[in-house]
Write a protein of this length. Structure first.
Length: 116
């Protein structure tokens, strides 16, 4: 058990050491930050996703994980710092939040270059 704990705690240390790339670290974090994958609610690439459809007072409604691949870093960071409606509390470090943002915006530079 203590070996598993050591391995789990050492993953962020290796993220900057070249053991895995920043991109690989960010992808792993997005897929499973603390037991609940971001993609389950926000989609594979942060494009947003309907989580559930339901009826409330005879009106059809949807519970939606919003699109998060188009927001600015300050807003993205704020969501983790404050309690948001429906959003699980993850207690991520600043570096982990930055890695998640990097993962969602990894294609931004390529899109900008293509538009030049």
């Amino acid at each position: 058990m203590k070996y598993i704990l050591f391995l789990l705690l050492s993953i962020p240390l290796f993220a900057d050491s070249g053991f895995i790339t920043q991109s690989e670290y960010a992808e792993q974090l997005y897929k499973n930050p603390r037991g609940i994958a971001c993609g389950l609610c926000h989609g594979k690439n942060g494009e947003g996703k309907i989580i559930a459809n339901y009826t409330h007072k005879k009106k059809k409604k949807s519970f939606v994980g919003p699109k998060i691949n188009n927001i600015k870093y300050t807003e993205f960071y704020r969501v983790f710092a404050t309690r948001s409606r429906g959003m699980p509390r993850y207690y991520l470090t600043s570096k982990e939040i930055e890695a998640l943002y990097f993962y969602l915006h990894k294609n931004d530079a390529k899109r900008q270059a293509d538009n030049l």
